[in-house]
Write a protein that binds this ligand. Structure first.
Ligand SMILES: NC(=O)c1ccc[n+]([C@@H]2O[C@H](COP(=O)([O-])OP(=O)(O)OC[C@H]3O[C@@H](n4cnc5c(N)ncnc54)[C@H](OP(=O)(O)O)[C@@H]3O)[C@@H](O)[C@H]2O)c1
Length: 315
């Protein structure tokens, strides 16, 4: 298994288990199946509403005495309603309580957008705090304190453009250590990757398989299905693999982590085995040609120009 390295020497498996849309007994079993299959990297978020069951799964596995807390890299994320002064550390502590942990490995600012406290999903402009009311650097200072206090070993961001990263880095004391963004062959984001590399920021790919289990309201009518792309099917046949494995292996070849979501045991095992799939230069060149800057997660649902949030990805 490839790993991504942090500047203090910590490492993170380049394949982790995603858990958005995974709830209840399904995600509890998925986490157990994943750890048994060899995963040591779990991705969750306050907004996924599943930290408590993931915490139960982790506690039960750790109690068996074969896998220990320090073996597993656990990421959670600050929800958009807890950016304002004094709210970050209580939100992180709430995540830790639910996860039954005393530290996280990585804590991310989920989106570069702030809501009023208690707003899960904004319905009207008043549900937002403007960037002046909740400046991202003030949120970041609280993230830095969380790291300095030992509540999380690493801090980072998610859904940040190069422009937003540059602005944050110019004001930050601790540089973001991770940017978690949508990435896959249809959205390759080479320049964002090059920028992150130049700043020593690790990159994790979300929705690496095309997020096919999102609700219909989040989907475009003519959305492409990556599982059906002929080039990927051919490469999969050549490598005696399946398309999801090619999609995951592609990230690892580019030096990124990928966090495919699954609650199906066979998929969980197959996705982990992507670590054994080697892609050739010729495969990589063929996949490079598939780029069309297509986003499954448009971010439009959080755009509110009247409150200073437009063009979330700055493009
Ligand atoms: N930071 C952010 O803003 C953000 C946004 C989106 C996602 N994320 C993170 O990234 C993770 C992954 O993204 P995602 O949940 O959007 O979607 P995804 O991982 O791209 O796709 C999940 C879908 O693929 C299916 N699947 C998984 N493995 C498969 C396999 N081997 N064969 C066939 N189908 C397979 C899953 O079904 P089964 O469950 O049946 O396997 C599910 O329907 C999330 O869970 C979350 O942790 C973060």
């Amino acid at each position: 298994m490839k790993t991504l390295k942090f500047s203090n020497g910590d490492t993170m498996h380049a394949i982790g288990l995603g858990t958005w849309k995974s709830t209840g007994g399904d995600v509890k079993q998925a986490v157990k199946d994943a750890l048994q299959a060899g995963y040591r990297h779990i991705d969750t978020a306050a907004a996924y509403g599943n930290e408590d069951v993931i915490g139960e799964a982790l506690a039960e596995v750790f109690a068996e005495g074969e896998i220990f807390r320090e073996d597993v890299f656990i990421t959670s994320k600050l929800w958009n309603d807890s950016h304002a002064e004094g709210q970050v550390i209580p939100a992180l502590e709430e995540s830790l309580k639910k996860l039954k942990l005393d530290y996280l490995d990585l804590y991310l600012i989920h989106w570069p957008v702030a809501f009023r406290n208690g707003v899960d999903s904004p319905k009207k402009p008043e549900d937002y705090l403007t960037p002046e009311e909740a400046p991202i650097i003030e949120t970041w200072k609280q993230m830095e304190k969380a790291k300095n206090d030992g509540l999380t070993r690493h801090i980072g961001v998610s859904n940040f453009s190069e422009k937003k990263l540059k602005d944050l880095i110019s004001k930050a004391t601790i540089k973001p250590e991770m940017n978690q963004v949508e990435l896959h062959p249809l959205l390759q984001q080479d320049s964002l990757l090059a920028y992150c590399k130049s700043e020593n920021i690790n990159v994790t790919a979300y929705s690496p398989l095309g997020s096919g289990d999102r609700s219909d309201s989040m989907k475009a009518e003519d959305e492409p299905n990556m599982m059906d792309i002929e080039t990927l099917k051919e490469i999969a046949r050549d490598r005696s693999a399946i398309v999801p494995q090619i999609l995951i292996a592609w990230h690892n070849h580019r030096g990124c982590a990928a966090i495919p979501k699954s609650t199906t045991k066979d998929h969980i095992i197959a996705n982990f085995k992507s670590a054994d799939v080697s892609l050739t230069d010729s495969d990589m060149k063929k996949i490079a040609k598939l780029d069309r800057h297509f986003r499954y997660i448009t971010g439009k649902f959080f755009e509110e120009p009247s409150k200073g949030y437009e063009n979330i990805y700055d493009e």
